[in-house]
Design a protein around this ligand. Structure first.
Ligand code: ADP
Length: 476
């Protein structure tokens, strides 16, 4: 990762610099040559003017020309320049200054222009892999009617070449330095950025059930890495919590299973020793073993239900008519509990989006609790009503109620308000946990209200299954 970022930074910068430097080099070269050409033009034009005026001062005939020589011509050329005066046929008359061109090379490349204009013309000569800048102007008499010859100024453009070579070296060294620096900086910055990620990788490979308390260091700021580290820590908290719950669940479950098993074992021992001779012991032992094995069976069934719930795939094609199911559950309970009054107000025609088997389990658990915790002559009241988009079910009893402090805890697995009371009455402590998980699974709402000594009301809401009002699906 670090190496990748470094290589990419270097490569991209290299490409950018290459394009940028080429642009600078070409533009500057073009500009300098233009300046050089304009300077040559000025020089050669003033030489031509001088020659013309000099001629007149000397009083020569205006159709022939002997160029003025001497100090002034040498003054007109700079280093690396060569000034050549030629007659109209291209014969060299006078020279001042030097380049490394021979008179022959000059003659071969010299092409006089037919124009008598006092404006110089520039040209570039490529001779033996070298470039020469030239400016040529016609020398005429003052009225510009008669061509006397030509003034040619040649420059080997040494200044431009030296300048451009220096620039090239500076650009190359500067670019290499910049690319190296950027690559190193890219490496260091990415090393800094991936440090928390490396920490996470190290932590993840270290983490086991025993050290879920460890946390990644969250870097300051709100960037992606900081958010990832914070999210990762939150995930660890959640995993830790669910791991704790699982451990507690296994411990509770084995405890719950061990209790009836111990009782069964104890009474089986009694039976073995005294059972044959003492009919009272025999009857008691059979009774207890029967009750406890029934409890074990219920417990196993509830545990299996809970384990299975997590794997349940939610399918929206399931739906059920609540009133029918509630009616069924009440009819099953009524003959078993003639000491209680069952009252129903079932007013909904709507179907709800819950698998029938799940809805029956929910209602069975709630009504069964109402029955279990309500004394004789008490009332168990079940109502249904319609709302906009939902159906509400309430199960109310006139039983002993639940203390306020216990209300938030009754949906936890194995929680019983009164442990001793619960076991004696045969509850597994899993009924409401199953109800809660099923309600959550099908996006329902579950509320409980209770007044100690007066009774308890469980309220349930489920979304309506659209378009299924009149039909009913048989219970699966
Ligand atoms: P249990 O198998 O013990 O009934 P549940 O999960 O169904 O387990 O209920 C948890 C606890 O909540 C019960 O032990 C009981 O103390 C209390 N409880 C549940 N329903 C009622 C109710 N209708 N009236 C009074 N107490 C209730």
């Amino acid at each position: 990762m670090k190496m990748k970022v470094a290589v990419w930074t270097g490569t991209v910068l290299c490409a950018i610099l290459l394009a940028f430097n080429t642009f600078i080099y070409l533009t500057l070269n073009h500009r300098l040559i233009a300046v050089e050409e304009s300077s040559l033009t000025n020089q050669v034009e003033s030489v031509a003017q001088y020659q013309a005026s000099h001629l007149d001062d000397e009083g020569h005939k205006q159709h022939s020309w002997t160029p003025a020589t001497g100090f002034w011509l040498n003054e007109a050329v700079r280093q690396g320049e060569q000034l050549v005066l030629l007659n109209p046929q291209g014969k060299i008359l006078v020279q001042a200054g030097t380049t490394d061109l021979t008179p022959n090379q000059i003659k071969t490349n010299f092409h006089p222009s037919p124009s008598l204009s006092p404006a110089a013309q520039v040209d570039t000569w490529h001779i033996a892999h070298k470039v020469y800048l030239t400016a040529i102007v016609a020398v005429t008499n003052e009225s510009q009617s008669h061509l006397l010859g030509y003034a040619l100024l040649i420059s080997n453009a040494a200044g431009v070449h030296t300048y451009m070579n220096t620039l090239l070296v500076v650009l190359i060294i500067g670019s290499i330095g910049a690319v190296l620096l950027a690559t190193v900086a890219g490496y260091l910055v990415s090393a800094l950025a991936v440090r928390p990620i490396n920490q996470m990788i190290a932590l993840v490979s270290r983490i086991e059930a025993s050290n879920l308390d460890e946390r990644v260091e969250v870097p300051r700021g709100k960037d992606e890495v900081a958010r990832l580290a914070a999210t990762f820590n939150r995930m660890l908290v959640r995993i830790g919590r669910s791991f704790e719950q699982q451990t507690r669940f296994v411990a509770d479950a084995s405890h719950e299973i061990r209790t009836p098993l111990t009782t069964i074992q104890g009474y089986a021992g009694l039976l073995k020793r005294w059972g044959k001779d003492d009919p009272q012991v025999l009857a008691k032992a059979i009774d207890v073993i029967n009750r406890e094995s029934q409890r074990l069976q219920e417990l196993t069934e509830d545990l299996l239900t809970l384990a299975g719930l997590e794997a349940t795939v939610k399918q929206t094609s399931y739906w059920v008519h609540p009133d029918t199911v509630i009616q069924d559950v009440i009819e099953e309970m009524r003959p078993l509990h003639p000491e209680l009054h069952f009252v129903t107000h079932l007013e909904t025609e709507h179907a709800i989006q819950v698998p029938p088997v799940h809805f029956k389990q929910i209602m069975h658990n709630l009504i069964n609790n109402a029955v279990k915790y309500t004394p004789a002559e008490g009332e168990v009241n079940v109502k249904t009503k319609n709302g906009p988009g939902w159906v509400e079910m309430t199960v109310t009893d006139t039983g002993k109620g639940i203390p306020k402090a216990d209300l938030p805890l009754i949906f936890e697995r194995f929680y019983r308000v009164d442990k001793a009371r619960g076991r004696k009455e045969g509850g597994t402590g899993l009924g409401l946990a199953i109800v809660k998980e099923l309600v959550d699974l099908h996006e329902g709402i579950l509320r409980v209200k209770s007044v100690l000594g007066q009774g308890t009301t469980f309220t349930l809401r489920f979304p309506v299954a659209e378009g299924k009002d009149k039909e009913n699906r048989p219970l699966a």
